[in-house]
Design a binder for this molecule. Structure first.
Ligand code: AMP
Ligand code: GLY
Length: 423
């Protein structure tokens, strides 16, 4: 089989490694991939958003199966375009990817179908948003409607901060079209859990839970990033919580999307907060999370290609989806300055013995040498019997990967460890 994977980050590296375990995956192309992925797949310099070029390539190469993982191409209709040409795909069509593409849509869906989430109001006129903020409870959470690389969310502690945020979004064009509509919602508290789930629109099968570390600095300080590290499973996600989520959130979401005529097929990501009033949805993503995927897929014991094809063919209930009982930890090595400006182009040293144990996110090949090329550079993932062992081993891997402006959090997994100890 010839398989095409759209994207080029650590998540795609993890997906490709897992797909390769199936001998049927004879040839894998990554569009565009990256310098590290080039070890596991044939990288082709076509951008993940260049849908016409992706479709041309797929037809020219007679691709048998396509996997689309990043948000942008999904929201832009990459799966629709490939399917129109008869190429089977893993990933939702644009009319379902809107669950991530528009927060106004996602919040409206949850309200209409009674899926627990933070109370909210949506605004498309600045005056209305400002008037609402005069009496809104603080802190308050302000979100730009569309995709904003995880940066479209602001938690305002004061009225002045909240006012400035909506002015920036709705008037300042800080997030382009994405900020023309805003959601203002209730601030929730509690541990956060990420749950990725396979769904074919009929069946939903959650994967092992995980915990992301979104802030740039230790102790959850600094700016929000795409994610600085993950552990799986998430100790807060007990069997009781899992059952409540299935009943009140996962199944109702699949049913709601069907009822709206937007059946969701692919990986649906639930960003959950375990509040005192039970689990609530913070956000949906229409795709695998990154770096969640870098701890979840290494724990998958079943065959990823088989599962993905079963999702496409709407027979997910017929295939095994088993996860190991072990623990995984992923520590992201980033370029100093990320998520703001950072330097790149530094030589990246990964010893040969661990090349197959790390996922490369932001690196390019220059004259045969890997050089840094992004904010998040390498994901160091370890799998072990216990959480402390997985954390220790992930940091040991991190110690062996070098580049000039390397920067990482030292406390990935610390909160999860506390939860384990407190039981
Ligand atoms: P999002 O892009 O929607 O995932 O938001 C980014 C981060 O902001 C989340 O991971 C939460 O930590 C935080 N956040 C978002 N919405 C809320 C909320 N309603 N209450 C508290 N924290 C929130
Ligand atoms: N790590 C969060 C995300 O992928 O959106």
């Amino acid at each position: 089989m010839k398989i095409l994977v759209v994207g080029g980050g650590g998540r795609e590296h993890a997906v490709i490694r897992k797909l390769k375990e199936n001998p049927k995956a004879e040839q894998i192309f990554a569009l565009p991939g990256n310098g590290g992925i080039a070890r596991d797949a044939t990288c082709v310099p076509i951008g993940a958003k260049d849908i016409p070029a992706i479709v041309d390539f797929a037809l020219r190469e007679k691709i048998d199966y396509a996997v689309v993982t990043p948000d942008d191409p999904l929201v832009l209709g990459c799966v629709d375009a490939l399917e129109e040409k008869g190429i089977p795909c893993f990933g939702p069509r644009a009319n379902a990817a809107i669950i991530e593409g528009s927060k106004v849509f996602a919040k409206g869906l949850m309200k209409k179908y009674g899926i627990p989430t933070a109370r909210f109001e949506t605004f498309d006129r600045l005056e209305d948003a400002l008037r609402y903020l005069e009496t809104a409870p603080l802190p308050t959470v302000i979100k730009a409607d569309g995709l904003a690389l995880g940066k479209g969310v602001l938690i305002a502690q004061t009225r002045q901060e909240a006012r400035q945020a909506v002015i920036d979004m709705m008037q300042g064009g800080k997030f382009g079209k994405s900020g023309e509509h805003v959601v203002i919602e209730e601030f929730l508290e509690g541990p956060e859990v990420s749950v990725l789930a396979f769904t074919d629109g009929k069946t939903i099968v959650p994967m092992v839970s995980s915990m992301d570390h979104k802030r740039a600095l230790d102790g959850d300080q600094g700016l929000n990033t795409g994610g600085m590290g993950t552990v799986a499973p998430n100790p807060y996600y007990t069997p009781d919580v899992a059952e409540a989520c299935m009943e009140r959130i996962f199944l109702p979401t699949v049913a709601a999307m069907n009822a709206e005529g937007r059946p969701f097929k692919g990986c649906l990501y639930f960003g959950l907060m375990l509040t005192r009033d039970g689990p609530k949805v913070i956000e949906y993503n229409c795709r695998f999370g990154d770096p969640e995927t870098q701890v979840v897929l290494p724990l998958l014991e079943s065959d990823l290609l088989e599962i993905m094809q079963a999702v496409t063919e709407e027979r997910l209930s017929e295939v095994p989806v088993r996860f190991s009982e072990k623990n995984a930890c992923c520590v992201i090595l980033a370029s100093r300055g990320y998520p703001q400006a950072y330097e790149k182009g530094y030589p990246l040293q990964i010893p040969e013995e661990i090349r197959d144990r790390v996922y490369v996110a932001g690196a390019a090949l220059k004259d045969g040498q890997l050089v840094t090329a992004g904010g998040r550079v390498v994901g160091c993932t370890a799998v072990a019997d216990t959480l402390p062992q997985a954390i220790e081993e992930a940091y040991r891997l991190a110690d062996h990967v070098h580049f000039e402006n390397r920067f990482y959090r030292r406390d990935i997994g610390a909160r999860a460890l506390l939860a384990v100890r407190e039981g």
